[in-house]
Design a protein around this ligand. Structure first.
Ligand SMILES: Nc1ncnc2c1ncn2[C@@H]1O[C@H](COP(=O)(O)OP(=O)(O)OP(=O)(O)O)[C@@H](O)[C@H]1O
Ligand SMILES: [Mg+2]
Length: 242
């Protein structure tokens, strides 16, 4: 079943110099996959992600999530979203922030309290659960953001550079959590610049550049195009450089 279906998506940013950030993007993500979304800085990954979750209402083309348009509220209950920059209310604690999100998702109080404890433990923030986020490091904010994306036990996770700023152990842990979620039947799309990480956990990838899709599909056959020992790093350099 198609969880994300994008056809011929074009997005322009208004302004003095009208900027076309996406130009005819096609992308399909089926249920149960871990999908890596790759491309150089400014390629259009965040723009595409924002469009998927309904933050960019004006676009050309087709964008369906769970087969519904991006304004469909019932879909939003089933999505977990981690933004590129974790810029939450600095004068809240992680516990307060997660409580706020639990309320947005109409999770009952008792269930929310248990879920929040579980998530704070998962991202190793138990010790600072009641500290103001203005005192947090970049990596700590990133962990709050990941916990926030999981509060509603989402069917589909859309993560914009989730591991950026994480230390190696936290990075491995997040990778294992994402794999574990796939084993539970969840679907994950995430953008990343960490090609070895993407190669380790993704089964499908898309590579975009200047708003245009260059390649997409299952990882193994794509790499095989360049010979049996090709890595994603080598493949990426070939595609982007050429
Ligand atoms: N709010 C905005 N207003 C105008 N132009 C924008 C805006 N946001 C992004 N852009 C432009 O759209 C293009 C795509 O940006 P986007 O943030 O989607 O790239 P990205 O692939 O996520 O890059 P990165 O890897 O650096 O996060 C860039 O050329 C950028 O300058
Ligand atoms: Mg981005």
């Amino acid at each position: 079943m198609k969880y994300i279906e994008i056809e011929n998506l074009s997005v322009s940013y208004a302004g003095k110099h009208m900027k076309k950030a996406l130009r005819g993007l096609n992308l399909t993500v089926d249920k149960g996959h871990i999908y890596g979304f790759l491309g150089p800085n400014g390629a259009g990954k965040t723009t595409a992600i924002k469009t998927m979750i309904g933050l960019i209402p004006e676009y050309e083309g087709k964008v369906l999530i769970f087969g519904k348009t991006t304004t469909d509220l019932s879909s939003k209950y089933k999505i977990g979203f981690m933004p590129e920059i974790a810029n939450y209310y600095w004068y809240l604690t992680p516990k307060e922030l997660l409580n706020m999100y639990a309320q947005i998702f109409n999770i009952d109080r008792k269930q929310a309290a248990a879920k929040i404890e579980e998530l704070l433990d998962l991202v190793d923030l138990k010790d600072v659960a009641n500290s103001l986020m203005k005192t947090f490091s970049k990596g700590m904010m990133q962990k709050v953001s990941f916990a926030q994306a999981l509060i509603n036990d989402p069917e589909l996770l859309i993560l914009d550079e989730p591991t950026s700023g994480l230390d190696p152990i936290s990075r491995i842990k997040m990778r294992d959590v994402i794999k574990g979620l796939q084993q539970k039947g969840k679907t994950i799309l995430f953008s990343s610049h960490e090609l070895s990480e993407v190669e380790t956990i993704c089964d499908e990838v898309a590579i975009i550049k200047e708003g245009v899709l260059l390649r997409s599909g299952k990882l193994a056959p794509l790499l095989a195009e360049k010979g049996s020992s090709s890595t994603l790093e080598r493949y990426f350099l070939d595609i982007i450089g050429g």
